[in-house]
Design a protein around this ligand. Structure first.
Ligand SMILES: Nc1ncnc2c1ncn2[C@@H]1O[C@H](COP(=O)(O)OP(=O)(O)OP(=O)(O)O)[C@@H](O)[C@H]1O
Ligand SMILES: [Mg+2]
Length: 242
């Protein structure tokens, strides 16, 4: 477990910085996606991450989960420099972070229940624990009544809520959502947003990357704007300004 045990232990107990970016630089060949980015996110915050297409939002999220590597600077998660985490400890870090994307990739031949259960099986949870936890998680996302539906039998919003349930299966400390409402109509988008807010109220730190100005303005939480690979505007209870 090592230091990541502390990550769990401290969560919810007092104010602390979950994620710190220090002068982070990331290139893709000649493209500078992040250019000396500094950022601090505290435990329990709900962050709306905004910026034009290509600003670096998805890159920032990918760096947090270790899907991409930085070229310069430092990323600390719970005070741990993630570039120094041993490869064998990375899956442990990943389990503390839930991720939701715009294109919802549920297993098509499995029901809502089985999709969530599968995420827990992969992590090695025992059958009785899975049997107990999945109904609770589906209840949280308001979909227990659809537990036996396959993805093609659900609306886009319902599918995204199953994807969120799946991301919550490991009880993450942090939930990253990259344009989770991008393919949804207004009603479904609002439901997904309300669910993310509820999850945040229950203690999970949430980072929502989005273009949806109307949603950001409704959330009234901290807004971080990225332009040219840097944080240019930080607003408490802010509004989408671009
Ligand atoms: N795998 C890659 N290879 C090369 N360039 C990339 C790659 N991924 C991202 N980029 C470039 O890095 C920059 C930042 O991309 P990123 O996907 O982080 O932007 P974004 O803010 O998420 O945009 P969007 O709002 O369109 O999702 C862009 O210029 C993009 O073209
Ligand atoms: Mg993106």
């Amino acid at each position: 477990m090592g230091a990541f045990g502390a990550f769990v232990y401290y969560s919810g107990h007092y104010d602390y910085i979950v994620i710190k970016f220090e002068n982070v630089t990331k290139h893709y060949n000649k493209t500078k996606a992040l250019d000396g980015l500094d950022l601090e996110i505290h435990h329990g915050e709900f962050i709306s991450l905004v910026g034009m297409s290509g600003a670096g939002k998805s890159t920032l999220l990918k760096l947090i989960i270790g899907e991409e590597k930085i070229d310069g600077g430092k990323i600390l998660i719970d005070d741990i420099d993630i570039s120094r985490v041993k490869k064998t400890d990375l899956p442990y870090l990943r389990r503390k972070i839930g991720v939701v994307f715009q294109d919802i990739k549920l297993l098509p031949k499995r029901t809502a229940f089985e999709n969530v259960a599968f995420a827990m099986e992969v992590c090695g949870h025992r059958k009785d624990k899975i049997g107990k936890d999945v109904p609770k998680i589906l209840d949280l996302v308001g979909l227990m009544h659809k537990k036996d539906n396959f993805p093609h039998q659900m609306s886009g919003g319902e599918k995204q809520r199953v994807a969120i349930a799946r991301a919550l299966a490991h009880r993450p400390v942090l939930l990253l959502a990259d344009e989770p409402t991008g393919n949804l109509d207004e009603v479904n988008a609002n439901e997904v947003l309300d669910l993310l807010l509820k999850i945040n109220q229950l203690g999970t730190t949430v980072i929502l990357a989005t273009h949806a100005a109307d949603l950001v303005n409704k959330i009234k939480k901290r807004v971080i704007t990225i332009e040219n690979g840097k944080v240019t505007i930080e607003q408490e209870k802010g509004k989408y300004k671009l």
